[in-house]
Design a protein around this ligand. Structure first.
Ligand code: MRU
Length: 356
């Protein structure tokens, strides 16, 4: 296993750069390898094939992408468009891109010149990177204390889906940052890691992070979750989010919604952990969230590229699903925990996301 010491994203100055250097998540957990993107199209390709992924990190990388376009003297609005549209569901991507683009334009309009405007875009990307690290630390503490209140005796068995740790964040992540805080407090009995078909973000990435932190964990097929609930082995479900609509509907990795239904049936708390930048006040409800459809071969072939279905088989391969607010026990952001079914709380969160 790799050492887990490379940053998930970093800015590379000349002469080797300018470049956005990513920890290539398609190579984990077997190899820890960096991927240097010196042009925006290469970065867009890396986003599309999930070399870099996870909502908050996509926002940070999108902002660095605008800085890269500016530093290379490329057409910044055109590059921003390409970056913002690289993947449709995680609202953080467009948020990060637009923030850096706005900073670039403001500097240019203020007479900064190309170098000054590029520096302003880079400064904004760095600021977003740091803000996300701070948000991650706050979410971890809010989530930990919420769980400590619900389960004062500790010994928690937490089920999680997809990957929500340092690999998606400027800090230690969202849902997995909470799990880590529970673990550090000595209150984690077991982390149940859904493998997360078809791209195995759970088996490959969450297990890799859990092992790095010395957590007690087990990987399970997504289909095994039901029997685990039925056996009374799950105390809480913690997941992240790619976009949260104004009504509290949560888009997250496909397979999250069935877990919410299971959790409700078995009366297990279902917690969504995400920074306020993941709240999209423009999406009135879940139906306004665009769910990315991924290529059929991700389902019809194994991860090693071996065919798992007849040649020419069609596939249904949505990358995300949407959980309605009434199935979410609490939404944990850097501002604290709210019930997404409460309209006032969601309205307040929407206003915070706008100012973010
Ligand atoms: O397709 P991915 O791997 O980018 O999907 C990521 C997820 O669904 C995460 O759970 C989500 O981005 C939340 S991470 C804070």
């Amino acid at each position: 296993m790799a050492d887990q010491d490379l940053p998930v994203v970093r800015w590379q100055e000349p002469p080797a750069g300018p470049a956005v250097v990513l920890l290539d998540q398609t190579r984990l957990p077997f190899e820890e390898v960096e991927l240097a993107c010196t042009e925006v199209p290469a970065l867009v390709g890396a986003i599309r094939r999930l070399s870099v992924r996870g909502a908050p990190l996509l926002g940070i990388v999108g902002a660095y992408g605008v800085a890269l376009a500016a530093a290379r003297g490329a057409d910044v609005p055109a590059a921003a468009e390409l970056l913002a549209e690289a993947r449709p569901t995680a609202v953080n991507l467009a948020y990060g891109v637009r923030r850096a683009e706005r900073a670039h334009r403001a500097a240019a309009d203020g007479g900064a010149g190309p170098e000054g405007a590029a520096a302003a875009a880079l400064a904004e990307a760095r600021e977003l990177h740091e803000e996300d690290a701070r948000a991650s630390a706050s979410m971890a503490e809010h989530g930990r204390s919420l769980l400590a209140g619900l389960f004062p005796g500790g010994g928690l068995r937490i089920l999680t889906h997809c990957n929500t740790g340092r690999l998606v964040s400027g800090g230690e992540g969202t849902a997995l940052a909470v799990v880590l805080a529970v673990h550090r407090a000595g209150a984690l009995r077991r982390l149940w890691v859904d493998e997360t078909r078809p791209l195995l973000q759970g088996a490959r990435l969450t297990a890799y992070e859990a092992a790095g932190h010395g957590m007690p964990y087990s990987v399970l097929t997504d289909n095994a979750a039901g029997s685990l609930f039925a056996a009374g082995e799950v105390d809480a479900v913690l997941i992240g989010a790619d976009r949260i609509a104004a009504d509290g509907s949560v888009a997250n990795k496909v397979g999250s919604y069935p877990l919410a239904v299971l959790a409700r049936y078995h009366r297990v708390p279902f917690l969504v952990v995400a920074p306020a930048t993941t709240v999209d006040p423009e999406a009135a409800d879940g139906s306004a969230i665009v769910v990315e459809q991924r290529p059929a071969r991700e389902v019809t072939e194994s991860a090693a590229g071996v065919r798992a279905a007849p040649a020419g088989a069609e596939a249904y391969n949505p990358a995300f699903d949407v959980t309605p607010p009434e199935l979410v026990t609490a939404l944990v952001t850097e501002h604290g925990a709210v019930s997404p079914a409460e309209r006032d709380s969601m309205a307040q969160l929407c206003s915070m996301s706008r100012s973010g």
